[in-house]
Design a binder for this molecule. Sequence first.
Ligand code: SAM
Length: 274
Amino acid sequence: MDPRLQRRVQRYGWDRAAGDYESGWRDQLKPAQSLMLEMAALRPGERVLDVACGTGLVSFRALDAVGETGSVVGTDISAEMVETARRRAEEDGYRNATFERFDAEAMDLEDGSFDAAVCALGLMYCPDPINALAEMRRLLKRGGRAAAAVWGARAGCGWADIFPIVDARVSSEVCPLFFRLGTKDSLARAFTEAGFVDVRFERIRVELAYASADEALTAAFQGGPVALAYSRFDGPTRVLARAEYLQSIEGYRDGAGYRIPGEFVTALGFRSEH
Ligand SMILES: C[S@@+](CC[C@H](N)C(=O)[O-])C[C@H]1O[C@@H](n2cnc3c(N)ncnc32)[C@H](O)[C@@H]1O
């Protein structure tokens, strides 16, 4: 896909998803975000970059870890996501957080100015994830570390049929290679190719719990990567697509709700001291 088109689809798609994002994904993504933050081992006083920060779910946890003497810069391609994070920082009185609208592959920030960089569930959406990792590395001090989390292999993600279901109705162009970083050691290899050293990775399996069909549907269609494509569906198409998605997750039904398998991969790497 043309990288400029991919960036536009991401930018305006996530603008649409911002309002439903946290209710659909906050709890479900937490295990991956926690493992990534554990690997990053942030310390009080550090300056942290949170790439593809979304509404700031990770940024605010990073802020709690670095404390009042530390700071976090969150960046995201979606203006609506950045605004949402800024609003929350203001409401919650976080003075040491700033949020900027930047593409992950080109951030207008100073070389070597961060102790650590994190990126949760964002790299898959970048036209060139290795380039995005290299950009994170550029911004790290020597010896600084980067940690990232991505969705795992397609076979481990029970919600994955959302992509063909949407694509059958409108070419969503969301992300042709969405699961590429989640297979085998792909994420770790991307870190190495981007110049990181001492790279390691972990894979975890989780269950994404939704209390009702409505919750599962809103998360999948309105709070995530296909929100832009879904917004173009007419009424009858929406009804059909929603029914097909529920059918695809029927095997994970648990009473009135669902427990859908999900898989994540997290990795950690260092910018060498030299
Ligand atoms: C699933 S959300 C993750 C948000 C946040 N990191 C979290 O863990 O809750 C994916 C985010 O990636 C952002 N994104 C997609 N493509 C991007 C790009 N090329 N550069 C920066 N951010 C991008 C989207 O705007 C969206 O906010």
